[in-house]
Design a protein around this ligand. Structure first.
Ligand code: NAD
Length: 266
């Protein structure tokens, strides 16, 4: 099946990676950028593919989505929410949300949109990370509370939210393995007079450095041994390929909020 995609933030790092991952399964029907972007009106192919495709960058969701089957959104929380509002007046009924850093109220707003749209939302669309999440859940379930769980991540210096969406998903998978929700087990950041580490809790450690695309690690540590489960992203193409797989899966699906677990049947 071939289908038509519209790419939010098409001149961004992930937007361009999505444009490169589209062919041969999908055609690019449109794309947006911020109204003040110098790229508005430019050909999307010229920006991302080095050749014109006859589709210009728009500053409105309605125009970019008017002949698309699926909306792919890796932008910023407020932009994604505004797009979900605007998509109601377009033919799009399937949405892939890769944006991270939503507040609890914004998460609730996305869930409300899922009553009329099939939304696949993931903090990480790579196959490797989604397998990692399943493995972390298993390890947390089997290793008792005397095993400390520490999650660490490193990203490029331009990333604006922390911990990363992937690190939080790793924490959620570990907490679920221990039969709890992450807020119950999450430790505050270590700083100053922390006192000794509380048993059974989940800690986070964040680095921002250079051009790192995304390194993640979960450590399970007892007094006698340490188990390390990790993932390193070498190319943004992994997220784009996963998002395209989610797009093909979501088209024609009934409204709801789905994850990569559903797409990959993990
Ligand atoms: P980026 O800054 O390179 O790209 C974002 C683009 O969105 C920019 O070009 C920006 O101008 C555009 N944008 C912002 N507001 C807009 C609006 N209102 N309308 C249209 N376009 C708008 O950032 P990036 O590295 O591509 O990351 C984007 C988001 O995707 C971040 O939240 C990041 O954490 C997330 N991300 C998720 C995954 C995943 O697998 N889920 C992978 C990588 C990045």
């Amino acid at each position: 099946m071939t289908f038509a995609i519209a790419i939010a933030g098409a001149a961004g790092r992930m937007g361009q990676a999505l444009a490169r991952a589209a062919a041969p399964e999908a055609s690019i029907a449109g794309g947006t950028e911020r109204a003040d972007s110098p790229d508005i009106g430019r050909d999307i192919g010229e920006i991302a593919l080095g050749r014109r495709i006859g589709v210009g960058l728009s500053d409105t969701v309605a125009q970019a989505a008017r002949s698309a089957d699926v909306w792919l959104d890796f932008t910023a929380p407020a932009a994604t929410l505004a797009a979900l509002d605007a998509l109601g007046a377009t033919p799009v009924r399937a949405v892939i949300v890769g944006t991270t850093g939503f507040s609890p109220a914004q998460e609730a707003a996305i869930a409300a949109h899922a009553s009329r749209l099939a939304i696949v939302k993931a903090g990480n669309f790579s196959l490797g990370v989604n397998l990692l999440l399943a493995m972390i859940g298993q390890a947390a379930a089997r290793l008792g509370p005397d095993w400390d769980i520490e999650i660490s991540e490193t990203h490029h210096r331009r990333k604006v939210d922390a911990p990363s969406g992937t690190a939080l998903m790793m924490g959620e998978a570990a907490a679920a393995g221990r039969g709890a929700a992450l807020p119950e087990l999450r430790l505050p950041p270590y700083e100053g007079q922390t006192g000794p580490r509380e048993p059974g809790r989940i800690g986070f450690c964040v680095s921002r450095a250079g051009g790192v695309i995304g390194d993640h690690e979960a450590r399970f540590a007892s007094d006698e041994e340490i188990l390390i489960l990790g993932h390193r992203a070498l190319d943004r193409a992994i997220f784009a390929r996963g998002a395209m797989r989610a797009a093909a899966w979501a088209i024609g699906r009934k409204p709801g909020l789905y994850s990569m677990r559903d797409v990959l049947d993990l």
